[in-house]
Design a protein around this ligand. Structure first.
Ligand code: DHB
Length: 389
């Protein structure tokens, strides 16, 4: 097989890259080790920055998004028994969209296939054949029992944090920066109406909680927990009691049947640079954020937009400066996303069992951030998405 850009991973980054390249007349093939059904069912964060929703709409994959997404003007932050609203729309004229990542993946897969795109699901033993210096890279894998090879000009490494692309880089080519947080999130999907029509981020003595949603009768709720929390120790009753306690009485909480539960680890990670030779990393393959603020998919979308434009410049006019600057262009946004995710995380989580200096400082910070127009504007512009050039 031969294509212009070989893509590893059919998550939001790989699929959107393939879609943007197709619109620019550039061919690509995606290989993915999971099944199509798995990719389309994996519940992930559901919050989309303003510009990402617009990019989906403008590139022809926003039809269902426009019908089904919930558009929010802002968020609530609750503490000390009070919920305060930060109105992004009023402050900066932007809104955010609630639309699960799996819906984005579903829409993009359907569109790529309708456009004649090639996505090979359930491939095994994928590896890169490339010396990271010269020549064309290749992707080797097994598909439907046969050894296969894709020869390409470039590779898009969109295969997530545990993917094969980043570890294929030569040892000294990359430097990783990371921070592991001493807590995780227990997340549930529940058949119940959310307590508010926008998200509520709760700072509470018992720990952080987040009240999000997927529909008028479908809630997505999270609790700060230990990083190695044993999910079997959390009965439905215990989860609801804890959610209710941490909501702190700011809204009534309606309980419902829990459809799904899981633990999300909390970690910040960035690799620099995001490229070597003809292999370009994008999305979680290059960086991950803790979920507070839901920047993961949004940063992935920013990477592939930069990358698609750089490939377009290469193929259209033989210009390689955008490709050469890919890493630097992405990293300036990535680090701002890291900074914001870290900041939201440290501000809203409990770091010790005592009410100590940091607890008091956090409360002062939340009070400030939910009352000063300048501070609220700063939160709003980061949360709703910093400008894309
Ligand atoms: C969701 C997840 C987040 O981490 C967040 O900050 C907001 C929303 C969600 O899954 O809905």
């Amino acid at each position: 097989m031969r294509t212009q850009v070989g893509i590893v991973g059919a998550g939001p980054a790989g699929l959107m890259l393939s879609h943007l390249l197709h619109l620019a007349g550039i061919s690509s093939i995606i290989v993915e080790n999971k099944s199509r059904a798995y990719c389309e069912a994996r519940v992930r964060a559901g919050l989309m920055e303003h510009w990402v929703a617009h990019m989906l709409i403008e590139t022809g994959v926003g039809e269902r998004l426009q019908r089904e997404a919930m558009v929010h003007d802002g968020i609530y932050i609750a503490f000390n028994g009070e919920a305060r609203h930060i109105d992004f729309h009023k402050l900066i004229g932007k809104q955010v969209y609630i639309y699960d990542q799996k819906e984005v993946v579903t829409d993009l897969i359907a569109r790529r296939l309708a456009d004649g795109g090639q996505i090979l699901f359930e491939v095994e033993d994928t590896s890169l054949i490339y010396d990271f210096i010269g020549g064309d890279p290749k992707i080797r894998f097994r598909h439907e029992g046969r050894e296969q090879l894709i020869e390409c000009d470039f590779i898009g490494g969109c295969d997530g944090f545990h993917g094969i692309c980043r570890p294929s880089f030569p040892d000294r080519a990359l430097r990783g920066y990371d921070r592991v947080y001493p807590f995780g999130w227990l997340g549930i999907l529940s058949e119940s109406p959310p307590p508010e029509n926008e998200l509520i981020y709760c700072f509470h003595e018992r720990g952080f909680a987040l009240f999000s949603m997927r529909g008028p009768d479908l809630s997505r709720l999270y609790l700060q927990c230990a990083p190695d929390e044993d999910i079997d120790r959390w009965s439905d009753q215990r989860i609801w009691d804890e959610l209710e306690a941490r909501l702190g009485g700011v809204r009534p909480l309606v309980r419902g049947s829990i459809l799904q539960k899981g633990i999300t680890p909390m970690r910040s990670y960035v690799t620099e640079p995001m490229q070597a030779g003809r292999v370009f990393l994008a999305g979680d393959a290059a960086h991950i954020v803790p979920p507070t603020g839901a920047k993961g998919m949004n940063l992935a979308m920013a990477d592939v937009r930069v990358l698609a434009r750089a490939f377009e410049a290469h193929y259209r006019s033989g210009r390689d400066d955008l490709l050469a600057n890919y890493s630097a262009t992405c990293l300036s946004r990535v680090w701002k996303g890291q900074r914001f995710s870290w900041w939201m995380t440290q501000m809203l989580h409990r770091h010790s069992d005592e009410i100590d200096f940091d607890t008091k400082r956090q409360i002062a910070e939340i009070d400030y951030v939910t009352s000063s127009p300048a501070a609220m504007t700063s939160l709003a512009e980061n949360y709703a998405g910093l400008p894309m050039e």
